[in-house]
Design a protein around this ligand. Structure first.
Ligand code: AMP
Length: 137
């Protein structure tokens, strides 16, 4: 089933496209969480970061940087969040891999904060978690 982004890429539905090349497209996120909130996605649909080929991912992140710099130039940006939701549990709603570029202007203009749980994690548990990741590489 084709995603809404494929419809944008095929010009079947409108979008405010700011950049495209053979492999990647970038357009304003309809939600405009903050001014200039932009999405960057490969034209070919991959559901998540686990599926996208590395060379295409590398090109996509280069375009993310291009868009981030353009937002800094275009708006009075104080900072940026670059994020990608992968999986429904992580908040992904469109299953066509993409990055969000979210310009930040004032404190709390986007309401998410990473919870600090360091007081709940023992030093053995840190070691165990790191080992599990290293072993899985
Ligand atoms: P995610 O929830 O990380 O999968 O991001 C999907 C994003 O796509 C959301 O932030 C939506 O606001 C955005 N979106 C959905 N439909 C459109 C559309 N037609 N044009 C632009 N952005 C869209």
């Amino acid at each position: 089933m084709s995603t809404i982004f494929e419809k944008i890429i095929a010009r079947e539905i409108p979008a405010h496209i700011v950049y495209e090349d053979d492999l990647v497209i970038s357009f304003l996120d309809i939600s405009q969480t903050t001014t200039g909130h932009t999405l960057v996605c490969p034209k070919k649909a991959y559901a998540s970061i686990n599926d996208i080929p590395e060379d295409l991912l590398a090109h996509t992140i280069k375009v993310v940087k291009k868009i981030a710099l353009a937002c800094e130039k275009a708006f009075n940006v104080e900072g940026l969040n670059i994020l990608s939701n992968n999986g429904a549990i992580a908040g992904q709603t469109v299953f066509h891999f993409h990055f969000h570029v979210i310009p930040r202007y004032v404190e709390n203009d986007v309401l998410f904060k990473l919870t600090n749980r360091m007081n709940e994690v023992s030093s053995d548990e840190y070691k165990k978690r790191a080992l599990l990741i290293k072993e899985a590489l």
